[in-house]
Write a protein that binds this ligand. Structure first.
Ligand code: ASP
Length: 344
């Protein structure tokens, strides 16, 4: 894959070697994300960060990733504050914003909208989530996290993963399952209410690539014997009415007791976040917060590395990052976690 100048719209664009290269670039971003050093490789570059749907992690981590490479971020959040609410087309918005930016990250509630936008853009566009369709940067950070958590240096093979929750509307599981398809012999256990099962075309695709897929609405058996359990939220914003979403909330929950009873020891616990912590949902209980296998906040940290790598690659500076390095002078979070001993 030619990264420089390319849009990143779907996992379908990637071959295994592209993912492996991207992960190497992400590894090299660690000292910058950890504030051990800083780079100005994108000094002067502008990211147009367009979020037409709610977001915390994706929006902020795309912005921080760009800042960590020395670039500047211009943000539009919410359709109400954009001229799209005055009837402007995606085509016109793309022509305008791509005239102001070097790269664009975009989230939009409609499947296919980011691709439509990219056709009118003069700069690379990264899909930060298009409705229920895809969320490629999330899938990349998820696979990167799975490898780190399981201590796998090589491409994954024979991984056993359970995906749990709203698999119909969850774009993260759509992208992650397609990404895992690039690897060998993956065992998918898809746990969902029948009405919210993984779309048939994705299941067929996984099977056509030789992977094993078990679909069930029984969480207890679904949790057995996996390396990773990937939980998801009921995507209430995709339902036509709230009461329909309420039918499914809280149906599948993971807590310490269920984990101990049904998961293999050390099963990695993942969730793209936000977890719905309201009592009626609570798909991932706080009583697992101190569990060493709970990877959710390492996932979010890894998101910065993956997004830095995507920017460095699409803007063609992945090999130049280290040529623009300076020391960090301020008190950093890392030093805060390991404070120097107090002199006596
Ligand atoms: N943050 C993820 C997404 O944007 C997952 C979620 O919202 O449930 O798709």
């Amino acid at each position: 894959m030619q990264f420089t100048g390319s849009h990143i719209l779907s996992i379908n664009q990637f071959e295994q070697q592209d993912v492996e290269y991207l992960f190497k670039v992400a590894d090299a971003m660690q000292p910058y994300a950890q504030r051990e050093k800083r780079t100005r490789v994108l000094d002067g570059a502008i990211l147009g960060n367009l979020f037409f749907e709610p977001s915390t992690r994706t929006r902020v981590s795309f912005g921080c990733a760009f800042n960590l490479l020395g670039g500047h971020v211009r943000e539009t959040t919410d359709i109400k504050t954009s001229s799209i609410s005055k009837g402007e087309s995606l085509y016109d918005t793309a022509r305008v914003i791509s005239g102001y930016s070097d790269v664009i990250a975009m989230r939009h509630p409609v499947a296919g909208s980011v691709e439509e936008f990219s056709r009118a853009s003069r700069v690379p566009v990264i899909n930060a989530g298009d409705g229920p369709s895809e969320h490629p940067s999330q899938a990349l950070l998820d696979l990167y996290t799975i490898r780190k958590e399981l201590g796998i240096q090589e491409p994954v093979a024979s991984l056993r993963i359970a995906m749990v929750g709203d698999l119909k509307h969850g774009r993260t599981v759509h992208s992650l399952s397609k990404l895992l398809c690039l690897y060998r012999n993956i065992h998918f256990t898809l746990v969902s209410p029948r009405e919210l099962c993984m779309p048939a075309e994705i299941v067929d695709y996984l099977r056509s690539k030789g992977h094993s897929v078990v679909e069930t609405d029984n969480m207890q058996t679904g949790l057995n014997n996996n390396d990773t359990v990937y939980l998801t939220r009921i995507q209430e914003e995709r339902f036509s009415n709230q009461s329909e979403a309420d039918l499914y909330r809280g149906r599948f929950r993971l807590n310490q007791e269920i984990y101990t009873a049904h998961c293999k020891p050390n099963t990695v616990i993942m969730h793209p976040l936000p977890r719905d912590s309201r009592a009626e949902a609570n798909e991932l209980d706080n009583d697992l917060n101190q569990h060493p296998s709970l990877a959710i906040f390492r996932q979010t940290d890894n998101g910065v590395l993956i997004r830095m790598a995507l920017f460095a690659l699409t803007l063609g500076v992945a090999e130049e990052v280290h040529k623009h390095v300076e020391a960090v002078s301020w008190f950093t979070a890392k030093r805060f976690r390991n404070p120097p001993p107090i002199p006596t």
